[in-house]
Write a protein that binds this ligand. Structure first.
Ligand code: SAM
Length: 278
């Protein structure tokens, strides 16, 4: 059964029952949509790829600016109306009907002819898996503009010493520049989520600027260090390295993970990896 109905308030002219399990909170506030498009600043020759275009709140304004866009949407019920809305706008929408976690961004970038720019008001239940999936394809990505829960953006951008500094902060900042851009209140969405949201820009570091030598080992050290936040490095990492290694990395065994800067984790991981401690 077709659940769409025409709704003049909606950016794309159609509205459907949101599917909670797909994290569907559709943006409707024009001012916020304009700010996001301005922050993205899309250019005609760029390969822009949107994750979860939904009802086209961002898709259609971006298409209007650049004429061409690739989008990945999992909800079958949205494919036909979105295709129709894009067509009516005169834009060229390459709509991929798939789970974004199954999309190989490197292959997609190759198909499109070069590195891509990712944008998306992400389904919040999948935000971390999508972030890590994108990071795994960082060389194929110029930048990412994502709407996430504000609390997640704060964790992503936090520095050592902050209450919200943790594994997500370290794992992202080791590979990307993280810049929070816009705070978005619940009322900007339909249905309104319970929490504030925020848009963040992630720019992957150039390969030569990435200091991590062994990604799996680095991830292992960071996970172990933050597994119990209150533990000292001495206790949390006792199976992975000894106090001498911690000191050689310029850290103190009595420090807790939340006090260790990203560069400190990188030194510790690189050094224990060189010492064959893996
Ligand atoms: N971009 C639209 C907007 O801003 O109004 C919709 C954003 S809504 C928060 C998230 C979108 O992601 C929905 O359209 C949802 O169907 C889609 N989605 C959810 N899970 C997905 C997945 N695994 N792969 C691709 N899209 C997904």
């Amino acid at each position: 059964m077709n659940t769409y109905r025409s709704n003049p308030r909606d950016a794309s002219g159609f509205l459907k029952q949101a599917k909670k399990q797909l994290g569907q909170n559709f943006l409707h506030e024009r001012g916020i949509i304009e700010k996001i498009v301005l922050a993205l600043s899309p250019k005609a020759n760029e390969r822009i790829v949107e994750i979860g275009p939904g009802q086209g709140a961002l898709t259609l304004p971006i298409l209007e600016k650049v004429g061409k866009l690739t989008a990945i949407e999992f909800d079958r019920d949205l494919i036909e109306p979105l295709t129709r809305a894009a067509h009516a706008s005169g834009g060229e929408l390459n709509l991929i009907h798939r789970d974004v976690l199954q999309v190989d961004f490197t292959a997609l970038a190759n198909t499109l002819g070069g590195p891509i720019r990712l944008i998306g008001n992400l389904p919040y239940n999948l935000s971390s898996p999508i972030l890590f999936h994108a990071l795994a394809h960082a060389p194929a990505i110029c930048d990412m503009h994502f709407m996430l829960q504000k609390e997640v953006v704060e964790r992503m951008a936090a520095s050592e010493g902050s209450k919200v500094y943790g594994r997500l902060s370290v794992m992202l900042q080791a590979y990307c520049q993280v810049t929070p851009l816009i705070t978005v209140p619940p009322g900007a969405f339909r249905p309104a989520p319970k929490v504030d949201s925020a848009v963040v820009r992630l720019v992957p570091l150039a390969p030569e600027a990435i200091q991590v030598q062994d990604r799996a080992h680095f991830a292992h050290i960071v996970r172990a260090a933050f597994a119990q936040r209150r533990k000292t490095l001495h206790n949390a990492l006792r199976d992975l390295c000894d106090d001498a290694h911690i000191r050689e990395a310029g850290l103190e065994p009595q420090m807790r993970a939340e006090q260790v800067p990203v560069a400190g984790f990188i030194r510790l991981a690189n050094q224990t990896c060189q010492n064959g401690l893996r």
